[in-house]
Design a binder for this molecule. Structure first.
Ligand SMILES: *Cc1c(COP(=O)(O)O)cnc(C)c1O
Length: 374
């Protein structure tokens, strides 16, 4: 059994992928081929924003907008500690200072209460400017953008949506990657919309910001290709990945329906024995991961060990909160209480999640979990 099964998906897109790649082998515009432009239009339309700019990874898709905002060491950018490392790393790479915020135990996403406390703390300390917020759609569930946007506006901070896991999710009819001033996603193969290598995209409605982002993703290029007007990166999506993503977009809506069906089945079967993930009303998750929490007295390690023996793969996202990682442990930026993050890092584990899980596999996994708990 696979944690994420890309084989079954490939059967559905094989024909279109092969045709597209053969076509690229004919025209040989491996970088900046027409296929990338076509994909960008399609992504912008899907998300419902004016501009989609593809780049080399999700990490770059976060770093580039931060470079466009010209963040400095004295700028505080608020980011959850319970997320993938790149959410915070991008801030440091762009030259800013991450200030870690706690999460909500039930949604895993940024806690509004903790965000407010972190802002007051930074304000009263008086060392850093309140510059921006990165809110993460963790495990596919969009963050609480209504409240976060209100706070960003109140303090005149920019808001970046880290939609690396959120692409395909929505709040009411508004799609993930359309929240905030600018959003980033990742096309790493294990993400809800993944390619066959590294890739990412940046989304915004802001024309001036889009122009700057476009320049930065190609070495800060100006109107004259060889007169670079700022420092940038070499961060482009290659043409082959665009073809793969184009084929996957055709089946993406069906896949989202199936992911939700799998998640609902898991929750039905497991809600009485473990803490199952919640989806607030009017929210729709893209289920990048299905993440459970052990209850008081249960041993996560024992459960994982037993599941392994039954052939059920699991993963722990994330065992080490970013503020406790070796890279950031010494950089104690503030004394924000991050106890919810530290607590759930010891309780979470994720089980297989992909659109092609069949009912008998779902039942096998659920039975194995039930049997793993004494
Ligand atoms: C995967 C991920 C990223 C980084 O994306 P890459 O394409 O791997 O660089 C950033 N943020 C979150 C929340 C992610 O899950």
């Amino acid at each position: 059994m696979q944690f994420i099964d890309l084989h079954r998906q490939y059967e559905k897109i094989e024909e279109k992928v092969k045709k597209g790649i053969l076509n690229i082998l004919e025209h040989k515009r491996f970088i900046m081929g027409e296929e990338v432009k076509n994909l960008e239009s399609r992504l912008a339309e899907y998300v419902g924003v004016k501009h989609a700019i593809c780049c080399a990874s999700g990490t770059d898709a976060l770093t580039i907008p931060l470079m466009a905002y010209e963040v400095k060491k004295t700028d505080a950018i608020f980011v959850p500690s319970f997320t993938f490392f790149a959410s915070a790393e991008s801030i440091s790479l762009a030259g800013g200072t991450p200030v870690f915020v706690d999460c909500e135990e039930d949604s895993f996403n940024m806690s509004i209460d903790s965000l407010k406390k972190a802002i007051s703390h930074v304000e009263s300390e008086g060392k850093l400017n309140l510059k921006g917020i990165i809110a993460v759609d963790l495990f596919g569930l969009p963050a609480n953008f209504k409240d976060i946007k209100e706070i960003a506006d109140k303090y005149n901070m920019f808001l970046i949506e880290d939609g690396a896991q959120g692409f395909g999710g929505r709040i009411c009819e508004k799609k993930a990657c359309s929240f905030g001033d600018v959003a980033a996603t990742s096309f790493f193969p294990a993400k809800p919309l993944g390619c066959y290598g590294d890739g990412g995209a940046i989304f915004t409605d802001d024309d001036a910001l889009a122009a700057k982002i476009h320049s930065i993703h190609i070495h800060g290029q100006g109107a004259d290709k060889y007169d670079n007007v700022r420092l940038g990166l070499n961060s482009r999506l290659d043409t082959m990945q665009a073809v793969i993503l184009d084929a996957k977009l055709d089946i993406f809506e069906d896949e989202l329906v199936r992911r939700n069906m799998v998640a609902n089945r898991y929750t039905e079967e497991l809600k009485d024995i473990l803490d199952t993930p919640i989806v607030p009303e009017n929210y729709f998750s893209s289920w990048a991961q299905y993440t459970l929490k052990v209850k008081e007295g249960q041993s996560r390690e024992k459960i994982i060990e037993k599941l392994k023996k039954s052939g059920v793969p699991t993963a722990v996202y994330y065992p080490i909160p970013i503020h406790l990682s070796t890279a950031y442990a010494k950089l104690a930026y503030s004394q924000i209480d991050l106890s919810a993050t530290e607590k759930i890092a010891n309780k979470v584990f994720s089980i297989p999640m992909h659109p092609y899980l069949e009912e008998k596999e779902i039942m096998y996994i659920c039975d194995a979990i039930k049997n793993s708990i004494d």
